[in-house]
Write a protein that binds this ligand. Structure first.
Ligand code: WT7
Length: 648
């Protein structure tokens, strides 16, 4: 299929000029532009200044007072949306629940009241470690209602990852569940939480949702309470706390280039303005839509585009608990058909996985309600793009490939059918959204010539940008604003083509993208070396057909340990229990030494070149040449075994 056929054929298309004009105006008069957008939300008190920019710290809508829960709920229940569906939830076993805006509002109020009764106040941190159930959304909005700061920790993290995040945030309360269903199995979340909690002195209370009816869930008297019990004695209404626009709405941890995860702090006012605007521009959200984002609420995509974005618009949101291919590879398509999903947003890794199952599973479902398909998290390769467009969208739906990050809070570079749809190119995220001053630059900061790789930077602040890193403003400055002074450094490689379209080429730092999840190589290495058998570890990424990338760990064992299949399994289990399953390396290889520089730094670049069979490059700083042969030997040995296994 040629590109011409991918050009917009949608109804409701307005001339592209409209997008150009909007972009031009947003950059000429950013303050006027953003205050117009902000005016569409409810403020208890209007702001005095749109932006206070003391690089690298930005404060948006200074002086304004706002509440996220009020904007997501109270605003709607005063209108006809009171009885409109807010959440359509489906559990993995096939059970389902729907909540109207009024019902969601009531649940949020009652849970906010329960939190207050426990003494949780404005500014306190509420940790949320929950499966994909409606109570997760309720917990986030309830915290926001009373001005508490939520920190959601993905339910796939193990006790180590959970404890580290709870401790860094100093959360006073943890909200969790007895468990959830995944691929037909019960995952006992509370048991994992208990293991973490033994190392979390800040947590005073734990509230547990009974999702799987596990009656023998251990509950610690005075600390642990069942959700249904605490809401029983709660009030029906809690006054929303008006907070300053710059009051943190949440902290969300993400991986960086050191061993320690970063606590990304988002504001309330600026963040809400960013997600509200992009929800409209990118997804063209309307009252008649049934919107489904398949992300987990534990990631920024869940925060911005399951919870805040759609609810600010009073949209109907689908939420699903389980695995995409359980019990059959068409589970997702059956959900789209069953609820009449109109906007569908997912990740490239999921598209590639479902593509592998073949067209038949998609073709047997009537997907005629779909009108916009979205993707995020890593580059969407043209082959997967075309499959998504053809097999899922039936060549009727534009694909919005959205580039953004935990730190940016909201979409930054993406097609915007809600404004006007530019011609699409499979694999490109197209053009920056209004208000986003993105550029691709070379080492010296000069714009890269067309088709030349450079660093993606953002040259001015935007409302939904992170405010800082929790308890580490210095690292905030260092990580994002020191590479090119005055500009935000994204950490991504990109290029612009002859039409000015952006193409994201992957991370330019020591961060891997495994199934769209961000894993810092050093975070994984420092977890590996805590295993009693591991002396040293080096982690690199290599391309993977479904996951996009996979981690390969090279391990030097301590004296007295010898490589074995059992030890490899043991190390994998150790990572699963500490960081969590998302960080388990795809491949573990044992070597007797690692390539290092004379000053002792591991040369990941050299290891990566060997694994990916590319040019090794300059070796003049290498300390010991035999280490390179060691890595080569391990890689060849692995290939031989893999080929033998293939032949069998
Ligand atoms: C990194 C941010 C933002 C929600 C999910 C990921 C990569 C993100 C795209 C895209 C190519 C993408 C970048 C970015 N990325 N979207 N459309 N095309 N790459 O959030 O975990 O903060 O990761 O994901 O490398 O820097 P995150």
């Amino acid at each position: 299929m040629g590109l011409a056929e991918v050009l917009p054929t949608q109804e409701r298309l307005v001339p592209i000029r409209e997008l150009e004009e909007m972009r031009e105006r947003s950059l000429r008069d950013p303050e006027g532009f953003w205050s117009e957008v902000a005016g569409q939300l409810h403020w208890f008190k209007s702001w005095e200044r749109v932006l206070e920019w003391k690089p690298p710290f930005a404060r948006w809508f200074v002086g304004g007072l706002i509440n996220a829960s009020f904007n997501a709920l109270d605003r709607h229940i005063k209108t006809w949306r009171r009885n409109k569906v807010a959440l359509i939830w489906e559990g993995e076993p096939g059970d389902s629940r729907t909540l109207t805006y009024y019902q969601l509002y009531r649940e949020v109020n009652r849970f906010a009241s329960a939190l207050k009764k426990l003494g949780i106040e404005k500014g306190d941190v509420v940790a949320i470690y929950m499966p994909m159930i409606p109570e997760a959304v309720v917990a986030m909005l309830a915290a926001a209602r009373i001005g508490a700061v939520h920190t959601v920790i993905f339910s796939g993290f193990g006790p180590g990852g959970l404890a580290e995040r709870i401790n860094d945030s100093e959360a006073r309360v943890l909200i969790t569940a007895d468990g959830f269903y995944r691929r037909g199995r019960e995952i006992c979340l509370k048991a994992i939480a208990d293991e973490a909690l033994a190392k979390c002195p800040s947590v005073e209370y734990v509230i547990v949702v009974g999702r799987i009816g596990k009656r023998d869930t251990p509950m610690q008297a005075g600390r642990d309470f069942w959700w249904h019990e605490v809401v029983e004695g709660a009030e029906n209404y809690v006054e929303p706390t008006p907070v300053e626009s710059t009051h943190p709405l949440f902290i969300l941890y993400t991986s960086g280039t050191t061993g320690k995860p970063k606590g990304v702090v988002h504001s309330t006012g600026g963040y809400l303005v960013g997600v509200y605007a992009t929800m409209k521009w990118v997804f063209d959200i309307r009252d008649e839509d049934v919107y489904w984002c398949t992300a987990d609420i534990g990631w920024i995509t869940g925060h911005s585009y399951i919870v805040y974005g759609p609810l600010l618009h009073g949209a109907a949101v689908v939420m699903y608990e389980g695995a995409p291919d359980y019990p059959k590879p068409d589970r997702w398509w059956s959900i789209v058909e069953k609820y009449g999903v109109t906007i569908f947003y997912t990740a490239p890794t999921a598209i590639r996985m479902l593509m592998k199952y073949g067209d038949g599973w998609v073709a047997r479902h009537d997907l005629c309600t779909l009108r916009i398909l979205g993707t995020v998290g890593e580059p969407l390769n043209p082959e997967a793009w075309m499959w998504y467009y053809r097999a899922v969208g039936r060549e009727r739906c534009p694909i919005v490939d959205t580039w953004w990050q935990t730190e940016t809070g909201a979409h930054m570079i993406s097609p915007a059918p809600g404004i006007s749809l530019v011609p699409l190119k499979p694999g490109s995220v197209t053009l920056p959204l209004p208000g986003v001053d993105a550029e691709v630059v070379l080492e010296d900061g000069k714009p890269a010539p067309p088709k030349q790789r450079g660093y993606l930077v953002i040259r001015r602040p935007w409302p939904s940008m992170l405010m800082t890193l929790h308890r580490d403003p210095e690292r905030y400055k260092q990580t994002y604003w020191s590479r090119f002074v005055g500009w935000y450094f994204t950490g991504d490689y990109a290029l612009k083509d002859e039409d000015g379209y952006f193409w994201i080429l992957g991370r330019a730092d020591e961060v891997l993208k495994i199934s769209g999840h961000r894993i810092g190589t050093m975070e994984l290495e420092s977890a590996l070396v805590k295993h009693s058998a591991v002396a040293e570890a080096a982690v690199i990424g290599r391309p993977h057909p479904v996951k996009g990338e996979e981690a390969v760990a090279f391990i030097v064992l301590r004296d007295g340990f010898t490589p074995s299949e059992k030890l490899r399994k043991d190390i994998e289990d150790y990572i699963r229990k500490t960081i969590g399953s998302i960080a388990v390396p795809g491949l573990i290889l044992f070597v007797s030494k690692l390539p290092k520089t004379r000053s002792g730094k591991i040369m990941r670049r050299v290891i990566k070149a060997i694994v990916t069979e590319s040019e090794i490059g300059d070796l003049s700083t290498l300390e010991d040449e035999a280490s390179v042969d060691e890595v080569k030997k391990a890689v060849e040995e692995f290939k031989r075994i893999a080929e033998e296994a293939m032949e069998k």
